[in-house]
Design a protein around this ligand. Structure first.
Ligand code: AOF
Ligand code: ZN
Length: 372
């Protein structure tokens, strides 16, 4: 079937919105087009630090040509006074004849009111155009609005037999350059990377966005600790904590020890939460704390224990496995996911919408964790 004109123009709108990657969080990715008699006369996408919404950029460029035109936007136009006046008012004032949208805005301040206001002003409103793609583009924003927690994406590099290290603990590098570059590109789309203390102690990682692409806030680092394990003072994370936001999630019972005070002096931020049954930071509370610090999305990069905790709690939204076509073997070599795991095959974490793409000689398998 031939794609409709609306589908073609919405695809272009989504493509424009994507230019906001790294430049919008914790707000949504939004693109907009103004189309007059089949000709695009205005384009816009949302990008910090400019507060203007995508629709406003597109209307500005269109100027008088917006009168009687169709406006495409991937998110319902806002109806509230935020940092800017409502886009619905700007659309009505510009004389737009028809609005074509992909998805409704889950923000409770909008949530259907934008469409209502436009219809009440006599504007034709068409919704749900490329809705599946529209939801995917703003998967982070939707989880933020509905669940008030960061979107969680679990990303690991594994061997064909699901191991992340050899029996002697060697893990660098399991995958090739192309997969590692794809991993960097993933980092660019996230607000923070999370790792467990074991990974910090084993690898002394930098956890930085080295894509070279502009981002309006630095990629934050989050280390999940416990009551005992400490972030090494001389490690790369602690030593760069002044320049790059670095969080240590720890349990209340860790107290106010001298080494925690020293870490704070180096610029490491402490997030203290209650301990769970295993004495580790309570995961719901940790995510709530990070969210209230402005972290809207979290890329969990391991190791096995931390990944296991997220899986056991079913606090995973999306998964990407970079799979190297090599077999490590060995009963004692570390597998990707620790924790308790599923007791029966009814309890497994099952992925939906799975795609597999080649990444050099490796594979990138991505899927969504269905709610169980
Ligand atoms: C954006 N950019 O292009 C559109 C948005 O914080 P404010 O005042 O800018 O308002 C943000 C809300 O506006 C956002 O949560 C969403 O509901 C709506 N639409 N936001 O940041 C845009 N169209
Ligand atoms: Zn708006």
């Amino acid at each position: 079937m031939m794609p409709s004109q609306h589908d073609i123009l919405m695809r272009e709108t989504l493509r424009l919105a994507e230019q906001g990657y790294g430049r919008v969080s914790p707000r949504p990715l939004v693109g907009s087009l103004v189309v007059q008699q089949g000709v695009i006369v205005g384009r816009g996408f949302y990008h910090e630090p400019e507060p203007a919404h995508a629709e406003v950029w597109a209307l500005r460029e269109a100027g008088a040509r917006a009168r009687g035109a169709t406006l495409y936007v991937n998110l319902e136009p806002c109806s509230h006074h935020g940092r800017t006046p409502p886009c619905t008012e700007a659309i009505i004032a510009a004389g737009i004849h028809r609005v074509v949208a992909s998805i409704r805005d889950p923000n409770p301040q909008v949530n259907g009111r934008g469409f209502e206001q436009l219809r009440a002003a006599g504007i034709e409103v068409l919704t749900d155009v490329l809705a599946v793609e529209g939801v995917k583009l703003n998967e982070v924003f939707i989880v933020n609005q509905l669940e008030h927690r960061p979107f969680v994406h679990l990303k690991l590099a594994v061997s064909l037999d699901g191991k992340i290290a050899t029996c002697t603990g060697q893990s660098q590098w399991l995958t090739g350059a192309a997969a590692r570059l794809a991993g960097q590109n993933l980092r660019h789309r996230y607000d923070a990377i999370a790792v467990g203390m074991g990974t910090v102690l084993a690898d002394d990682p930098q956890l930085t966005d080295r894509t070279g692409q502009y981002r309006h806030r630095p990629l934050a680092r989050v280390v999940f600790g416990s009551a005992r394990a400490r972030l090494p003072l001389t490690g790369r994370l602690a030593q760069t904590a002044r320049q790059i936001p670095t969080w240590l999630v720890t349990v209340n019972s860790a107290g106010n020890t001298a080494d925690l005070a020293e870490l704070e002096e180096l610029g490491v931020r402490l997030l203290r939460v209650e301990a769970d049954a295993q004495g580790r930071p309570h995961l719901d509370q940790s995510l709530a704390g990070l969210f209230s610090e402005g972290i809207a999305s979290l890329l969990v990069e391991g190791g096995s224990a931390l990944a296991g905790t997220f899986v056991d709690h079913r606090l995973v939204d999306k998964v990407t496995w970079f799979i190297a076509p090599r077999i490590i073997g060995g009963a004692t070599s570390l597998s990707a996911i620790g924790g308790c795991g599923a007791a029966t095959l009814n309890d497994t974490l099952d992925l939906a919408e799975v795609t597999a793409e080649p990444a050099g000689s490796d594979w990138a398998l991505t899927g969504y964790a269905g709610q169980t």
